[in-house]
Design a protein around this ligand. Sequence first.
Ligand SMILES: NC(=O)c1ccc[n+]([C@@H]2O[C@H](COP(=O)([O-])OP(=O)(O)OC[C@H]3O[C@@H](n4cnc5c(N)ncnc54)[C@H](OP(=O)(O)O)[C@@H]3O)[C@@H](O)[C@H]2O)c1
Length: 338
Amino acid sequence: MTEMMKAVRLHEFGGPEVLRYEDAPRPAIAAGEVLVRVHAAGINPPDLYLRDGYRALPPEWQPSPAFPLILGTDISGVVASVGTDVSGFGVGDAVYAMVRFPDDLMKGSGAYAQHVRVAASELAPKPAGIDHIRAAGSPMSLLTAWQFLVDLGHDAPNPFQSFSHVPVPLHGKTVLVNGAAGGVGHLAVQIAKWKGARVIAVASGRHEALLRDLGADEVVDYTKVAAETVASDVDLVLDAVGGANMDRFLDVIKPGGALFLVNPLGFSGHDEAAGRKITVSSTQVRSNGAQLRQAGRLLDDGIVRVVIDSTYPLAEASAAHQRASEKSIQGKIVLVAA
Ligand SMILES: NC(=O)c1ccc[n+]([C@@H]2O[C@H](COP(=O)([O-])OP(=O)(O)OC[C@H]3O[C@@H](n4cnc5c(N)ncnc54)[C@H](OP(=O)(O)O)[C@@H]3O)[C@@H](O)[C@H]2O)c1
């Protein structure tokens, strides 16, 4: 008999209202995988893009997955069962992961559920010093900041450019983080500080106290002043917002510096950057248990803090997606399954 669980499933693309909390079959695990009892699942922009059918992409790139599907990549929970060929994890271990990203980018990794299957290679012990909510809020944002700023950690082809992304040394450097209060941004601010950089955080003014508390040396309120008119001689800009006008940041970067684009679609300043000897680079975040283990030590020690914008019961995923589509997110939105 198929064992069942509660999950938030999608039977069609659309707005937050298409998320349905209902019974679903519990996933079966293969060799090399573990089944995790999910305590909390973090929300990320790709969850909203897939819910919407990636409407912003040209039609030929849009997904046509088999419905129903279960969104979500980021989980924290407890190992419920272990497949063959898995070592290092046992039933009852508290773990966290970013599940099958980008492998299941277009079909959903299954995190918005009471159980999810996870490759052991994507799993890491949950940092003991933080709860499941903060642990579930971290994987995609933390791995993105880590892979951009510390260590790429893989040699898979880069969908955004012909060359591999290479992080740059940060010690003693000035780093500007745009979108500093969002999921990626608030962790990038702290990782850059941990690496010994001076950090300029760009965010709306309501986040200033938080960003200073997280270590930002300067905070620029982009709703009052354009960052490129007040910052200069920056070694690295990490743009965690994207959209139009990313090339304006070229004006604040020193020759020999770098512009890292977390959301690079639409950037048009490559020729200008080359003329100014500025490296422009991007990458797509990839699941990586070893990096979550490494970066998890910073969460455990309190060197990096995961800020929680809000939590919702799993059954209220629609309301959580509504919140996620608003501006002014401060940190992470997390679904609580337990
Ligand atoms: N390359 C990859 O693999 C990868 C991985 C993860 C995320 N991403 C992309 O990176 C982006 C950020 O992701 P996220 O998870 O950090 O999103 P998020 O948590 O929703 O954060 C976005 C932040 O941007 C700020 N913001 C919005 N408009 C802004 C503007 N004009 N100037 C400065 N800040 C602005 C918002 O706060 P305030 O406006 O209140 O300051 C918000 O805090 C998304 O586009 C996502 O798709 C890419």
